[in-house]
Ligand binder design. Sequence first.
Ligand SMILES: Nc1nc2c(c(=O)[nH]1)N[C@H]1C(S)=C(S)[C@@H](COP(=O)(O)O)O[C@H]1N2
Ligand SMILES: [Mo]
Length: 223
Amino acid sequence: MSEEGKPGLLGQIKDRLIRSKEKTAAEGRHITGSPDRGHERRLPPGQHLVEKWPVLDLGIQPEVPLDEWRLVVDGAVEAPLTLTFERFMALPQSHFVSDIHCVTTWSRYDNRWDGVSSRSILEMVKPKPEARHVIFHSYDGYTTNITLEAFAAPDVIIAHSWEGERLTREHGGPVRMVVPQWYFWKSAKWVRRIEFSAVDRPGFWELRGYHNEGDPWTEQRYG
Ligand SMILES: Nc1nc2c(c(=O)[nH]1)N[C@H]1C(S)=C(S)[C@@H](COP(=O)(O)O)O[C@H]1N2
Ligand SMILES: [Mo]
């Protein structure tokens, strides 16, 4: 069992919420069957626009004191890193604006993120030739996986701020992933470790019926 199965973590998690999402995935709900491969519209199929930013997690919002916070970047890399919050904030900063698409069908346009781009991280750690996948591990025990190619997209950011303010704890602060290309479950909140890997390792929701990728334009909602 992977580490999100540790007793004490899953035990506290809202089992009912997890079961209902698994059921939604098994039934293939929310799929319209009308892909928009060319991104002709701004809103992907089956999505509706919201103004407020909803909170979606497992019911655990870990509190990580900044002086204890670390971000580890390791696995199949030449130069693994462990960053304190101070060192993270001293890295070159990027600013991106992107749309959020959640698999539960809400989308939110024009979110402004400040943080460190995935490309800066790639330059620092230098993935080994065999690295093909990236696994995010979070302080709440959550995990999710993307390909190295998706991680290297120009708008992927390890964000500490949203709309010019520090990310609140409920939205994944101090630091979360933002992977705009995929549904938002790939954007790990409270990220603590970015692991490069030769082999793919499906994460929390991927093991529970969600798609291994998660392209909103072709509705890669469920596995
Ligand atoms: N660590 C962690 N990251 C997570 C989750 C989670 O439960 N734990 N939920 C995911 C899901 S399913 C979604 S839709 C988004 C929600 O982010 P938000 O609460 O900031 O809207 O976070 C993703 N990242
Ligand atoms: Mo989600």
